[in-house]
Design a protein around this ligand. Structure first.
Ligand code: HEM
Length: 211
């Protein structure tokens, strides 16, 4: 869980950074979108292959992450089939308690996100219609879409906050009270960075700061 989780968080940071190129204008963003689907690692691998290898790697990481979650969930149920007598929430944060169902909601909205951008753009509209820049402007000019993303990002960042903390602990970094303070601070900082970094662009589109 820890390693696949860290890979997915790495992807989120890169994706967030890429989205910020919307602030550089249509040409820069469309060039970036084209580059992702073009000659990365060419001539080591044929042109256009990188994106598909990368997608296969991401799907594998997501499936392994879900597989580990289901396994842990099953083990937890097997260890305590009747549930706890008293459901006291001992020093557990809200994020920690919502990891399982939060993860399910997050994944459901990820499917919506992929349908909205990757599938609609490449399979339905075809590459010759709207450019990636125009497509993003179109989608985020609608207020409820920005609200939906703001809510989705809350589930993503809560999951990341607790997930990062857990991953650090699993990998052996939770060694002292001081280390816990540092780890918690890092987990919060990265979750907040992701929230602000992802949401600033849709908000800017909605208010017409980029158009
Ligand atoms: C405000 C937040 C976000 C915006 C504006 C955004 C925007 C986009 C856009 C425009 C694409 C299409 C790229 C293309 O095919 O040319 C895309 C693809 C994608 N996004 Fe996001 N995204 C956001 C948040 C997220 C989050 C939180 C996740 C994961 C939980 C995510 C996962 C993905 C994935 C997996 C792809 C597919 C990449 C591919 O086609 O190989 N995105 N996103």
């Amino acid at each position: 869980m820890a390693i696949t989780g860290l890979i997915l968080i790495g992807f989120l940071l890169v994706h967030m950074y890429g989205n910020l190129k919307m602030f550089l204008g249509a040409e820069a963003f469309d060039h970036y979108a084209e580059w992702l689907k073009g000659d990365i690692l060419y001539p080591l691998i044929p042109s256009g292959w990188f994106i598909w290898l990368f997608r296969a790697f991401m799907v594998a990481a997501i499936l392994l992450h879900i597989y580990s979650a289901v396994n842990l969930w099953r083990r937890a149920v097997a260890a305590n089939p009747s549930g706890y007598e008293a459901k006291k929430k001992l020093a557990q944060t809200y994020s920690a308690r919502t990891m399982r169902w939060g993860g399910v909601i997050l994944a459901g909205l990820l499917i919506f996100h992929l349908a909205q951008f990757t599938v609609k753009a490449t399979l339905i509209n075809g590459p010759s219609t709207a450019t990636p820049y125009d497509m993003v402007i179109g989608e985020f000019s609608v207020w409820w879409m920005v609200v939906l993303y703001a809510l989705w990002l809350v589930t993503v960042c809560m999951h990341v906050r607790h997930g990062l903390w857990s991953a650090f602990a699993t990998l052996g970094a939770n060694t002292s009270a001081k280390a816990r303070v540092v780890l918690n601070g890092c987990a919060w900082a990265i979750a907040l960075l992701l929230y602000i970094g992802f949401m600033i662009m849709p908000v800017a589109v909605l208010f017409g700061w980029i158009s």
